[in-house]
Design a protein around this ligand. Structure first.
Ligand SMILES: NC(=O)c1ccc[n+]([C@@H]2O[C@H](COP(=O)([O-])OP(=O)(O)OC[C@H]3O[C@@H](n4cnc5c(N)ncnc54)[C@H](O)[C@@H]3O)[C@@H](O)[C@H]2O)c1
Length: 344
């Protein structure tokens, strides 16, 4: 079934891969991007609307025109180190922009959103892999801005019945296997493109962190392929459109009132504080058409894995949290954060 989806930040790295996959799957896609970091060449011209998230009226008008069934929200500033130098820009764009988007959705009657959050909401996790039960304690304005948006999503669910899925990942990597798209961050702070650039140019790069418990002292990084991530976002949309509630990820909603200081999503969200032991047993929900979200049963407490139903093409897509992140490779303050498992 063809879906109508609006993608913010669709001219950026992950957004463009998601737009391409949506189009390949026969969906009707509208892209909103201000091209501050993204590229016109990443998106078919007819799909692209050069708009800033801050323009609530224009967003609402576009949504009334295109009537999307859901929004996939990628648009944000993403550099952890930069957010330490210019927090006001991060809060204005990531939080203010998201609030504007949500306001436009309410005005236009769009009820579902998949939000690209980040593992940086966990700050410096005390163990790996990061469990969903770990405390929410961001250590950068970037991470904090994502927590704040998750908080907004909790309230918009409660008050406007706008359902959402927040995906907390890090270290997107790779490119369209057909080489039509790739990673073009400017400045580039991610390890894999920097390594490839080093190979091409012959100029060395520095890998920060030398005291991890590994044979060479550098940290072990987990990555997720950008196409798997794109598919995860699409499955999350299908889950919401099939009637899945934000509550799917809020297992403590009934026990914990909204407003808990550690609980930005309104009772659980994609993350919960406390220890893995203190978490309720994973629940399975009946399979829904088009996809399902469920807790990975083998390691209770891990962030949700997203599975394709058996009748769908392809295989399991997992969103896994890992040992440490990149996105912390260039600037000195980022280097410091790499040591602390901080990044996005
Ligand atoms: N890259 C990663 O490894 C990673 C990891 C975790 C989370 N994320 C999240 O995924 C999302 C996409 O990341 P990316 O790597 O594709 O980044 P990106 O910079 O390539 O893409 C972001 C896009 O958003 C657009 N944008 C920014 N502010 C905007 C605004 N106010 N109005 C309209 N458009 C705006 C930019 O022009 C750009 O095209 C971000 O929200 C990021 O926080 C990324």
């Amino acid at each position: 079934m063809s879906l109508k989806i609006l993608v913010t930040g669709g001219a950026g790295y992950i957004g463009a891969h998601t737009v391409r996959l949506l189009l390949e799957q026969g969906h009707d896609v509208t892209v909103v991007d201000n091209l501050s970091k993204g590229y016109r060449h990443n998106v078919p011209a007819a799909r692209l609307h050069v708009l800033d998230l801050a323009d609530t009226a224009a967003l609402a008008q576009l949504m009334r025109e295109k009537r999307p069934q859901a929004v996939i929200h990628f648009a944000a500033f993403i550099a952890v180190g930069e957010s330490m130098r210019e927090p006001e820009r991060y809060f204005a764009n990531n939080v203010g922009g998201s609030l504007s988007l949500l306001t436009a959705m309410v005005e236009a009657g769009v009820k579902h959103i998949v939000f690209s959050s980040t593992a940086a909401v966990y700050g410096n996790p005390h163990a790996n892999p990061i469990l969903e039960t770990f405390p929410i304690q961001p250590v950068s304005p970037y991470g904090e801005s994502k927590v704040m948006v998750e908080t907004l999503l909790g309230w918009f669910d409660r008050i406007h019945h706008l359902t959402s899925v927040s995906l907390r990942y890090f270290n997107a990597s790779g490119a369209d296997p057909a080489s039509r798209l790739g990673e073009e961050h400017e400045p580039e702070t991610h390890l894999l493109p920097l390594l490839l650039r080093a190979v091409i140019t012959g100029s060395p790069i520095t890998i920060f962190g030398g005291d991890y418990d590994t044979p060479d002292g550098t940290c072990i990084r987990d990555y997720i392929h950008v196409d798997d991530l794109a598919q995860a976002h699409i499955l999350a949309v299908e889950y919401l459109l099939a009637g899945g509630a934000t509550d799917q990820f809020k297992r403590r909603r009934r026990n914990r009132p909204h407003g808990n200081g550690n609980d930005p999503g309104g009772g659980g969200g994609n993350r919960q504080e406390g220890s893995a032991r203190d978490r309720p047993a994973p629940r399975r929900r009946p399979a829904k058409p088009g996809g399902s979200l469920r807790q990975a049963p083998d390691q209770p407490g891990l962030a949700p894995a997203i599975h394709r139903p058996a009748n769908h093409r392809g295989t399991r897509v997992g969103v896994r949290e890992g040992a440490c992140e990149d996105g912390a490779i260039e600037a000195p303050e980022q280097a410091a954060m790499a040591r602390e498992n901080q990044g996005h």
